[in-house]
Design a protein around this ligand. Structure first.
Ligand code: SF4
Ligand code: SF4
Length: 79
């Protein structure tokens, strides 16, 4: 897992369409990030797009992952 959404989320829906990997979806209460699809936007953008648009800054680094790990995930998702 890399990024995660905290309980401060107000379900504004801003982040979901910005994710190039389809990693963000509405969970039981708030939006959530699928750790198997989040690459910290590596391979698509220079910085996490979800963090850039969240009005509450409630998307945080959950577990730092190596660039090698993120690139392997990107390759698994996109070939
Ligand atoms: S950092 Fe990028 S890939 Fe990860 S959830 Fe946010 S928008 Fe999606
Ligand atoms: S942009 Fe932030 S507040 Fe809005 S749904 Fe995403 S995580 Fe929640």
């Amino acid at each position: 897992m890399s990024l995660a959404i905290t309980q401060q989320c107000i379900n504004c829906e801003m982040c979901e369409p910005e994710c190039p990997n389809g990693a963000i979806s509405l969970g039981p209460d708030i939006y959530q990030i699928d750790p198997n699809r989040c690459t910290e936007c590596l391979g698509h953008y220079p910085a996490p797009q979800c963090q850039a648009v969240c009005p509450l800054d409630c998307i945080t680094m959950h577990v730092a992952e190596s660039q090698q790990c993120l690139l392997a995930r990107f390759a698994a998702l996109w070939g």
